[in-house]
Design a protein around this ligand. Structure first.
Ligand SMILES: [Fe+2]
Length: 612
């Protein structure tokens, strides 16, 4: 047996992954255990979980891999600081203590984290090699082009190459400070969202605006070549020398200082978001075209933080030159932990790889699961009132009925997802047909910004009926945005008083208003019985009952909270919010039957999480 542990840590989204004889047996992000969103500390608990799941101790490991090369990254930081000295001195001082304390002594830190029970070598792969490996090795393809688009690793911000059989080879790269990820993050910052987590919000905001600033961005900030490579004009940015992303020159260009966090969202932010989204999509499309031409391959694998831009991904798939695309669900740095394990197994140890036409990610259900017995013991301790259903059929029927009555259902089943999206294992579900569901879920359940759209989880066989997707096309990891088909749309001309700004979201745009964004797009998750058997079961029952093959699927958490992991996390979140129903394995809890339901205060619950 060969056991390989992969670790990503000390930047954001620490994670661990375990590969045994070439199979991914477990992977999880540290934030789910520590309950600190985007936790970047050494992933002690994630490692403990992965090893425990396989019944291993650190001494049983054959290899431990780390997802980037700290010395190279250090070199980049030093050179950048020197180039901008003395202006860069402030961020230098801020970053150095962590580097001197932990990052330059990583092998020691890693051994300490493994309780000094691991004495073999620690393998360091390059950041983009880890992303590329995470994109190609679990993919369904024997041969594919690989494109990684990121903020920055050591020096590389974008790379491409080819995966063939058991080898990946990255042949081209773009280097820091020219970065599509950092450009997007700069606008995320400018629009008052948090860098490294608010990018998703910026993408969600974009459809409210018009891309009025796209020309300005193209003229001043980014010079895009025909092959998709580009240079940024660094005189507008501050991320090399300071603690912010943008500077006054940038602010003057876009009509004033950045929006303050939690300040009002104006037309400017919406238009700025629409503009940078548009430019990002243009670059992605150009790069995809170039990579297709250079490699001559029809399949593409994507990873890196920008590969979470599912609007851009959808366009690359629909308008780009590739027949098929596979995107690593944990496309951000957490996925690097997974990438480094398969890099060691295939690339370094030269173990063969057989592509089966189905991906190797197991629906990304790679985290902890809990038994009915564990759940019931916990619920009994809490004095909770619950039903138990003897079989899945009965449970799914019950839940489908509750959903059809516009109940909001916390749904915790099976192993927790690896990656930022909830895919029906730790999800909050609602009726996609409901007119009120969007605002109820945003404001009374998740306590998040009212402009944010919700995603549909749709039976795979029905996806093309509702969305502009080809028959049989899958999006099992919620990484593609597709337009709602014309025939499912409601003609807005018949509605009075077309709304503007954030009110646009309240308008009914389709038969499934709760998941239709203001530009008629939807962030589709297709659900199939192989990858997501439990979720497929309940969706099928809902379809039979209502004729609607989809539900709203949003992550099981409140704003700023990591997605729930354990029955305890799920119960706490359920009790603190206005969620109506909690389902954990075979157990169903109704809020109005809970004796303690009134005692819980949402304010104190929310106050333990930082706004994201
Ligand atoms: Fe990365």
């Amino acid at each position: 047996m060969t056991a390989i542990l992969g670790i990503s840590a000390f930047y954001h989204d620490s994670a661990a992954a375990l590969l045994v004889d070439g199979e991914v047996v477990a992977a999880a992000q540290e934030e789910r255990f520590t309950r600190k969103k985007h936790d970047y500390e050494f992933p002690t608990q994630a490692i403990e979980y992965c090893l425990g799941h396989a019944g291993l101790t650190p001494a049983d490991l054959d290899y431990v891999g780390f997802y980037d090369k700290p010395l190279l990254k250090f070199e980049r930081l030093l050179e950048t600081y020197l180039a901008y000295a003395p202006v860069g001195f402030r961020s230098f001082l801020k970053a150095m203590p962590l580097w001197l304390k932990q990052k330059l002594h990583l092998p020691k830190e890693i051994r300490k984290g493994l309780k000094n029970q691991y004495s073999r070598r620690v393998v360091f792969t390059e950041h983009h090699e880890s992303h590329a490996a995470s994109a190609f090795y679990p993919s369904p393809f024997d041969e594919a082009a690989i494109l990684t688009i990121d903020g920055v690793g050591e020096w590389t911000t974008i790379s491409y190459g080819v995966g063939r059989g058991n080898k990946v080879e990255l042949t081209h790269e773009l280097r820091f400070p020219h970065s599509l990820g950092l450009l997007y993050s700069a606008f995320t910052y400018f629009c008052g969202f948090r860098v490294n987590s608010g990018e998703y919000k910026l993408m969600g905001l974009a459809p409210y605006g018009e891309p009025r600033y796209a020309d300005l961005i193209r003229e001043h900030l980014i010079d895009v070549k025909e092959d998709g490579s580009f240079r940024l004009d660094m005189s507008y940015f501050n991320y090399c020398q300071g603690l912010t992303m943008t500077n006054n020159k940038f602010h003057r260009l876009f009509g004033g200082p950045p929006r303050t966090m939690e300040g009002p969202l104006t037309e400017r932010e919406m238009d700025v978001a629409a503009s940078v989204q548009k430019v990002t999509e243009e670059v992605m499309l150009k790069m995809a075209a170039h990579v297709r031409e250079e490699t001559g391959l029809n399949q593409l694998c994507l990873a890196g933080g920008v590969a979470l831009n599912c609007v851009g991904n959808g366009r690359v798939l629909r308008e780009g030159p590739f027949d098929e695309i596979w995107i690593q669900p944990a496309a951000g740095d957490a996925g690097g932990a997974l990438g480094v394990t398969s890099f060691i197994w295939h690339q370094l140890l030269d173990n063969p790889r057989t592509a089966t036409g189905v991906d190797n990610q197991n629906g990304s259900l790679l985290g902890p699961a809990f038994t009915d017995q564990q759940i019931q013991e916990f619920l009994d301790q809490q004095g909770a009132v619950y039903e138990t259903h003897s079989d899945w059929d009965a449970l799914d029927q019950r839940v489908a009925q509750l959903l059809s009555e516009e109940k909001v259902v916390g749904w915790m089943q099976d192993r927790m997802e690896f990656g930022p999206r909830a895919l029906g294992a730790r999800s909050i579900l609602g009726d996609a047909r409901s007119r009120k569901m969007q605002s109820v879920m945003n404001l009374k359940i998740k306590f998040r910004e009212s402009f944010r759209p919700f995603a549909p989880a749709v039976l795979e066989e029905s996806a093309s009926e509702f969305f502009e997707m080809e028959d049989g096309q899958a999006s099992p990891y919620m990484l593609l945005v597709a337009p709602v088909r014309n025939e499912k749309r409601v003609d807005r001309d018949t509605q009075e008083n077309a709304s503007t700004g954030l009110d646009k979201l309240k308008e009914i745009r389709s038969e499934v208003p709760a998941i239709t964004h203001v530009d008629y797009s939807a962030r589709v998750q297709t659900v199939d019985p192989q990858r997501a058997p439990r979720f497929h079961g309940v969706l099928t029952k809902f379809y039979k009952l209502t004729g609607c093959p989809m539900v709203i699927n949003t992550s099981f958490n409140v704003r700023g909270e990591p997605i729930v992991c354990t029955p305890e996390d799920a119960y706490r979140c359920f009790m603190a919010t206005n969620m109506d129903v909690l389902v954990m394995e075979h157990c169903v809890l109704l809020k109005d039957q809970q004796p303690n339901a009134q005692e819980h205060q949402i304010d104190s619950y929310l106050s333990q999480f930082n706004l994201d």
